[in-house]
Each structure stands twice: as C-alpha cells, then as structure tokens.
Design a protein around this ligand. Structure first.
Ligand code: 5AD
Ligand code: SF4
Length: 487
C-alpha cells in the first residue's frame, strides 16, 4: 500500500466515534475492517484472499482498482481466481448479455460458497442501479453479503465493515450524488500506466443507452485534484495516463471557474515523467476545434481517437438523440485527419436499432468505408428497460440484425487489416507492457496509435518506451524488432 494511505490508516483511533468528514470516515472503517480480517486470518491459519472481477468499460476497470486498494489496505491478499475468501463483481449493464454473465457466474459462486461458508460475496457497479436487479437479488440470492451501486463506491470500506457485522445482505443503492471523494487507496493493475477519472456520469441520454440512468449526471473532478493525482502517478513510475469519462469533451462545464477539456489536456501535458496521454470517450457533438488544435500540437497525446459513430444514417442518429448527422460526423473526421494526419480512428457501431432499414444500414457501411477505421467495436442493439428506444416501434427481426452485423464486421475487418498492413516496415516508439504470455522470449507493447506489437525482449523492458521496427503484420497486430532505447 502507498505510504500516504498507510500513514492515514495508522492514525485512526477506533476508540473514538467514526468521523463525519470524508475521506477520514472511510479510513476509520478500513481500520475496523482490518481487525475483522486479522481475526479471520487467525481462524484460517493463513492470509485471507480477495478477487475482483470487472465487467464492462475502462471506468469500471478503474473503479475496480479502487475496490482492490481498499481490500488490500484492510489486509486481504490478491487471489488469482474466484476461489477466494472475498469475491466482488463490479458489474456492467450496458447490454443485456453483460447482465446474463453476472447471473450465470453467481450460480457458480453460490456452489463454491456452500463448500466454504466463511466466504463473502459482494456486487457493485452499474447493474446494481437497476431496481429489477435489486428485487431479484433480495428474493433469490440471500448468499450475497453486500450490494451497492455506482454513486457510493467511495463508501466501500464503511459498507464492508457493516457486512462483516450483519448477517443479512447489506443493500445500499443511491439514486444519484453530487459528491466526489478524493484520496482513497488505489491498487493499480499496471505499474507504468493508469486510468485517471476526470468526470463521472453522462447528460446525453442517447435513446438506447442506460448509462445516464445508472451513472447519474455529469460531475467533473477539479483540475487541481486531477493534476495532483497524475503528478503522484508520474512520481510512482507511471508513463502513460488514460483520462476517463463517459463524455470527456464536456469536461469542466459544471466547474467554477469553468475549464475545457482542451485546457485540461494542456495542463496534463506539462507534467514531467508522463510520456503518453490517452482519453476516452469522445462524443462527436462536443469535440471542439480547440481540442483538435491541442492534439495537433501535442508531443504526448497519443495518435489515437475513439469516436463513436453508432450509426451512419442521419435519420437513425436523430432517433438515437446523438445530435449530429452523417455529414457533420464525416466533416469532423476530415478536420481531425487534416490536423493530425497519422491518427488512428476507432469507433463503436450499433446495428439493429429500432426502425433501422437496409438503407439506413447501407449509410453505416458507407461511413465505415469513407472513414476507414483502424478498428471498430460492433454491437447488436440491446433493449434496455427504461430507455426511450425500448418503447420504440419497429424492433428489427433478429435474423436481419444478425445478417447486418456479419456484413458490418466483415467490412470493418477487411479495412482494419488493410490499414494495419500499410504500417508494416515503419519504425515506431512502443511502450512495453508485458512479457508475452505465450512466448516468454517476446515482450508485448503498444504503439501510440494503439496497435499491439510483439518483439524479442525481456522483463527489464516493461514500462519503457523503445523503438521498434514493425516487420510483419498479422492482421491486427505486428511482430517487430527492437532498434534502440527511446528514453
Ligand atoms: N445496445 C447495444 N449497444 C449499446 N451501447 C450502448 N448502449 C447500447 C445498447 N442498448 C454501445 C454504444 C456505446 C458502447 C459503449 O456500447 O455503442 O458507445
Ligand atoms: Fe450512453 Fe450516449 Fe452517454 Fe455514451 S454519450 S454513455 S452512449 S448516453
């Protein structure tokens, strides 16, 4: 655990009542939990273990690092599988199949818990913000110990402590919050790269999307808190940060004094030790020319932009409440490509939105062919209860959707492979991320444009940026050769 967090935890006096202010209150409950975990350790004759399973997006991945941070602070050791003493699922609900995965795995966990009755199971994240989910859990899943949502994740230590004392399941679900609590322990998955939340929630209400209902309204973190966090990360050896938000382009709108995302990026750029900056996700309607100019000038912002299209049909985009049309999207892409010529563009596309016709789908294919994405995430429309699209007429028959999905995927892959092949032979700086799991003589790293390359190397290179010649393209990734140390 980080020294700063350990010191804070060491100062807690459990003879006093719990403080009312945050984050002090959570450190108090961490100290309480620690006593429970120490007791469990004596009982088991070994250190108790935890396992965090993340579903969904990068925001959830970052949240899970916060959960892991607390679990380590209270004395659990990280386990490599769900066969652990404490298992927490950080759930996603953006599509129905994300929910189905959780229900399926809960059955398995129940069976394991029957054989290990001291085991604790917790659920949190987006899926827990849905009332039907909570109802089902209350009725049929009494073996779950703790359930909380997206707005009160900072209260994890307090809820954990309660769940250690209480026999029945602890439920704590909030509808919304305006609070952002800073300075809680975080356990990073990678030593050399890190996500950094810059804002929470979403105000856009795209008609298919459940996120605004489960993540609440937009709240930006103060720039000084973000900068301080990144400075600490840099001091701790982090070379690459990924600024995270559902819609980073509207960062700062609710702050006083207000600040734009482009201005924040310029501040992050100044931080010594940070070599690469990424961000996710950009809504096309809010991507300003100011941001394009900052990206064009920057030495650190990676040459990769994820720009969700969702549909190429202006009619469907209107129904989706995306607030841009096909032409505006294409013209935005042109401006970006002009300013940053070698930028890689990736996207999200939904097929089978209610009322989508073959003509609408052809418009999507047309945009895919014009933009020529380096890669695209393609999704089959999933009906989410409570969203406006769920009540729309003209749900598309499954067979037509499947057929469109297959055609789209083929086109996306054909173009992506052409784009990757065009890079073969180039020399590029690569951030080495890990020793290759399949072949330990190789290391795996990422180019600024987010392509992956495998090349001969050793564990000592992990976290460093090195120059690599891309020798062979294998569709979506490369094999290469290390040339010389870059920094
Ligand atoms: N059905 C299918 N895909 C969806 N997405 C969001 N909501 C839905 C839905 N109801 C996709 C969008 C978004 C990505 C994170 O998930 O493409 O950009
Ligand atoms: Fe969902 Fe649209 Fe918000 Fe993205 S911008 S989280 S798709 S509502």
């Amino acid at each position: 655990m980080d020294r700063i967090y350990a010191e804070r935890l060491g100062q807690v006096d459990l003879k006093q009542p719990a403080p009312q202010t945050e984050p002090e209150r959570q450190y108090y409950f961490m100290a309480e939990c620690r006593q429970y975990v120490q007791g469990l350790e004596q009982e088991l004759g070994r250190r108790p273990t935890f396992f965090t399973q993340t579903f969904g997006c990068q925001m959830n991945a970052r949240d899970s690092e916060k959960l892991s941070g607390i679990l380590q602070a209270v004395g659990y050791a990280q386990a490599g599988s769900e066969e652990a003493d404490f298992v927490i699922y950080n759930t996603c609900t953006v599509r129905e199949n994300a929910n189905n995965k959780v229900w399926g795995r809960l059955g398995y966990l129940n069976a394991y818990k029957k054989r290990h009755p001291h085991m604790k199971i917790a659920l949190c994240g987006c899926m827990m913000q849905e009332p039907e989910v909570i109802e089902r859990l209350r009725k049929s899943y009494p073996f779950v110990n703790l359930v909380f949502g997206t707005h009160n994740i900072y209260k994890f230590a307090e809820l954990l402590s309660l769940s250690f004392k209480q026999k029945d399941t602890v439920f704590d679900i909030w509808k919304d919050t305006s609070q952002i609590v800073e300075d809680l322990p975080i356990e990073r998955k990678y030593p050399f790269k890190s996500g950094v939340n810059i804002m929470f929630g979403c105000n856009n209400f795209c008609s298919y999307c459940i996120v605004p209902y489960v993540r609440g309204r937009e709240r930006s973190r103060k720039p000084e808190d973000i900068i301080r966090e990144i400075q600490r990360l840099a001091a701790d050896g982090v070379a690459e940060v990924m600024l995270l938000g559902q819609n980073v382009n509207s960062y700062g709108k609710n702050l006083e004094p207000s600040i734009t995302f482009a201005q924040l990026l310029q501040e992050v750029e100044k931080i010594e030790g940070i070599s690469r900056i990424r961000f996710m996700t950009s809504h096309p309607k809010d991507l300003s020319d100011g941001l394009i100019a900052v990206m064009a000038k920057s030495a650190k912002i990676c040459k990769h932009l994820h720009l969700p299209l969702q549909s190429g049909s202006s009619r469907i985009l209107k129904e989706m409440n995306r607030r841009y049309d096909k032409e505006q999207y294409l013209s935005l892409v042109e401006r970006i490509r002009q300013a940053v010529p070698d930028i890689a563009l990736t996207t999200d596309i939904i097929v089978g939105f209610p009322g989508e016709t073959e003509e609408d789908f052809q418009e999507t294919l047309d945009v895919v062919r014009q933009v020529r994405y380096e890669s695209a995430f393609t999704f089959i429309y999933s009906k989410r209860t409570g969203t406006p699209a769920a009540a729309m007429e003209g749900q598309v028959p499954e067979e037509a959707v499947k057929d469109r999905f297959d055609r789209l995927l083929k086109e996306v892959q054909r173009i992506a492979s052409e784009k990757a092949n065009a890079l073969a032979g180039r020399k590029e700086p690569v951030l080495v991320e890990e020793v290759n799991a399949q072949d330990p003589r190789l290391v795996t790293g990422r180019l600024s444009n987010n392509y992956v390359v495998h090349f001969p190397g050793d564990a000592g290179m992990v976290g460093k940026i090195v120059d690599v010649k891309l020798e062979e393209c294998r569709g979506f990734y490369f094999y290469g050769r290390h040339l010389c140390t870059h920094i």
